[in-house]
Design a protein around this ligand. Sequence first.
Ligand code: 5RP
Length: 409
Amino acid sequence: MEIAKEAVAGGADWIEIGTPLIKSEGMNAIRTMRKAFPDRTILADMKTVDTGAMEVEMAAKAGADVAIVLGSADDSTILDALRSAHKYGVRLMADLISAPDPVKRAVELEALGVDYINVHVGIDQQMIGKDPVSILMEISEKVGVQLAVAGGLDSESAAQAVRAGARIVIVGGNITRSDNVTEAAKKIRKSVDSPESVDIRDRGTVDQEIREIFKEVSTSNISDAMHRKGAMKGIHPLVRGKMVGPAVTVQCFPGDWAKTVEAIDLAKPGDVIVIYNESKDIACWGGLATLSSLNKGIAGVVIEGAVRDIDEVENLGLPIYTSNTVPNAGDPKGFGEINAEITCGSQAVKPGDYIIGDESGVVVVPKERAYELARRAKEVNKEEKRLFDEIRRGGTLSEILKLKKWEKI
Ligand SMILES: O=C(CO)[C@H](O)[C@H](O)COP(=O)(O)O
C-alpha cells in the first residue's frame, strides 16, 4: 500500500496488482487497492491460463479495471475470458510472456479481440539478458491494438519503449524496489512523457556490465542470489579492498612458489589470481609478488595457503584474501599448474570464473552464469535497499518480512 501511494505521488496512472501479491493475498489485494485508489486504473496480473471466464469474473468483482490472461493460453480460454470481460465491463490484456513466437501470437490475439497486448519479458528471462524493447519494435509494425510493455524497464528503456510504440509502460522493480519510490516513479513518468529528451547510455560489453554490477553489489548479495552458495570457507581479507575479476587459477605445492609468480605474467589486467597451496605454514606469496601484480594491473589475489611480508603488502594496497600469514617462504621449484580447475576455500574454481571479494570474504561465480547471477545479485541489492528504507521509517525486520506469517509449517 505504501509503495502504491508513493508511486501514485510520483505520477503512476495505473496500479498493477502483481501475480505474487495475488497468490499471497488473493482477490483481497485487488479489493484493498480499489478502495484506496478509486480514481486509478487497477490492473490485475492474473496470468490466467485456463478457466478464463471465472478468473476474469473474480478480478472484475474485486474491482479490477483490466485483467491479464496469458497470450499463450488456448484460444478457447482467451475467447471465454473476453466474453466474461464484456459481461462484467472490464478490459482484457493478453500477456506475451514466454510466447514461442510473440510476433505471430500478437497478430492472432488482435484478431481474437483482446483490448491490449503486453509485450513482456519475465523477471527470470531478464536475468539471462532478454529485453522487451526489440520484440516490441517488431510487434508494433504488425498490429494496431494498444500495446503495453513490461520487463525490467527503467527510465531509459521506458523511453525507448514509448518511441517503439508502447502506450502503456509497466514498471516493477525499478519503482517498487527503489529506496525512493516517488522519485523513481517521477523519473519514469518524465521519460514516458518526453521520450525524445532521454539520452540512451551505451551499456558497454557484457563483460563490462558484469564487472560494473559486481563492483556495485556485495558478496553477501551475490551469495543470496546463488541461494547461499559460492562463499569460500576459511578465506578472510588480509589487505582490504573490493576485488572483482575473472580467475587465473594456480595449483602449487608446499614450499614451492614458482607457479604463483609465473601466473602474474600470464594474467591480464583486471584478473584475480586464485591460488591453492596445501601448506598453511610456508608462504607462497609476499611483497615482491604483490608489487609485480600491481605493475600488471591485477585486481587482487586469493590464497588458500600462506602470505608473508605483511607490512609490505599492506602498504602496497593490492586486495589480498588468504587463510594464513607466516614469515617464512619456500623456493621456486616449478611444480604445479596454472589455469587448471582447482579447489580454493572449499569452492571449485575454473579459470575465468568471477571472483568477488569484500569485507565479508570471497565468493566464486561460475563463468557460465556470471551475467545471470550479477543481475540477480543486483535485484537482491535493490530489495535490501528498500528494506533498509522501511526499517529507517521505524519498522522491525521481522514485521516488514512478516516472518511469523511465512514460517514454514
Ligand atoms: O509481471 C511481472 C513479472 O512476471 C512484473 O510485474 C513485470 O515484469 C514488471 O516488473 P519488472 O519491471 O520488475 O520486470
